[in-house]
Design a protein around this ligand. Structure first.
Ligand SMILES: NC(=O)c1ccc[n+]([C@@H]2O[C@H](COP(=O)([O-])OP(=O)(O)OC[C@H]3O[C@@H](n4cnc5c(N)ncnc54)[C@H](OP(=O)(O)O)[C@@H]3O)[C@@H](O)[C@H]2O)c1
Length: 301
């Protein structure tokens, strides 16, 4: 039976490409988006038309990940339709850029409310269903900015660092229930996130950093603005590859980026994996790892 997948934030960018890619691969896909009857009605209509044209099992589902009731209702209605939920792709996100001291606390809360608490809400609503099934995958869209700390993207990066830690803890905690967790770490891609991004509200303080900000941002985003920008489909394909791998065999981290952006986050991943393993060994801590299908769950001590 085809797996049921929810992708949050499917109106544009990686989310849009991911739902199209997964639906074409034969999955039952729920394209999550907010304001389906409002500002996102055209995006919803385009996906419905695509589903009709290509005979895809692609449903649109209303979900605002900053709203508890919206998240709970979306998961309940999805499970009401298919009876199960195999994969959640926590893709919805927003980006704030600017010097840390120029953000208001309200902006900091908004950035975390979407990128971190939003993922948390969705996973919290999804997990009871996955636990009942004895299987599932929580797949977060992180960022290379969650592996390498960057100036002027520090607030956004902090939310992506948070996703890293949470994904690792989910992975350890959920293995005994047969549930997997993993994270995709894209580099910079020319999606609409750039046009939608928010800047620090305290313009007086922000102005003090403007020269340094420009000196960092211009080369950092140079490839996106070049004649041959990176192709966002690479991220959708990486999501599909991770989903297609069997439980117990999926990589915890997957960096998807140009060669220049890939090396350092990959080195961080390798070092973290090795250091975490030796931490558990040194302290004699128990760690359950997800067993491939048909094999016994392994308790490493
Ligand atoms: N592009 C990059 O370079 C890059 C690199 C690394 C990681 N990422 C991550 O990739 C993910 C997707 O971003 P993208 O680049 O594809 O940008 P995007 O095109 O702007 O997509 C973001 C999606 O998130 C949705 N969203 C935002 N707040 C939401 C909420 N409260 N409830 C439901 N949906 C919400 C947006 O919906 P609306 O249309 O309604 O706003 C949109 O569908 C994000 O998590 C981002 O941090 C992007």
């Amino acid at each position: 039976m085809a797996q049921t997948i929810l992708v949050t934030g499917s109106t544009s960018g990686f989310g849009r490409l991911t739902v199209e890619t997964l639906a074409r691969q034969g999955y039952i896909v729920f394209a999550g988006m907010r304001a389906v009857a409002g500002k996102n009605a055209p995006a919803a209509e385009e996906l419905r038309a695509l589903a009709d044209r290509e005979h895809l099992t692609l449903h649109i589902i209303e979900i605002d990940i900053t709203d508890d009731a919206s998240v709970e209702q979306a998961i309940a209605s999805l499970v009401g339709i298919t009876g199960r939920l195999d994969v959640v792709v926590n893709n919805a996100g927003i980006a704030y850029s600017g010097p840390l001291e120029a953000f208001t606390l309200k902006q900091v809360q908004q950035q975390f409310d979407t990128n971190v608490f939003g993922m948390w809400r969705v996973n919290r609503a999804a997990l009871p269903h996955m636990r009942k099934q004895g299987s599932g995958l929580l797949l977060q869209i992180g960022s290379i900015a969650g592996r390498v700390a960057l100036p002027f993207l520090g607030l956004y990066g902090a939310t992506k660092f948070a996703l890293e830690g949470l994904t690792e803890s989910y992975r350890d905690e959920l293995a005994p229930f047969g549930i997997d967790a993993a994270i995709i770490e894209p580099g910079t891609y020319p999606t609409p996130i750039d046009a939608k991004h928010q800047v620090a509200a305290d313009t007086e303080r922000a102005a003090l950093y403007q020269t340094a900000l420009d000196a960092f941002m211009t080369p950092f985003y140079a490839e996106n603005r070049s004649a041959t920008p990176p192709d966002s489909q690479e991220v959708a394909d990486a999501v599909a590859r991770v989903i297609a791998q069997p439980a117990g065999k999926r990589p915890l981290h997957t960096v998807v980026a140009t060669v220049a952006q890939r090396e350092a986050p990959q080195a961080v991943n390798d070092a973290v994996t090795q250091a975490t393993q030796s931490f558990f060994e040194m302290l004699d801590l128990p760690l359950v790892t997800l067993a491939p299908k048909g094999e016994k769950q392994e308790l490493k001590t």
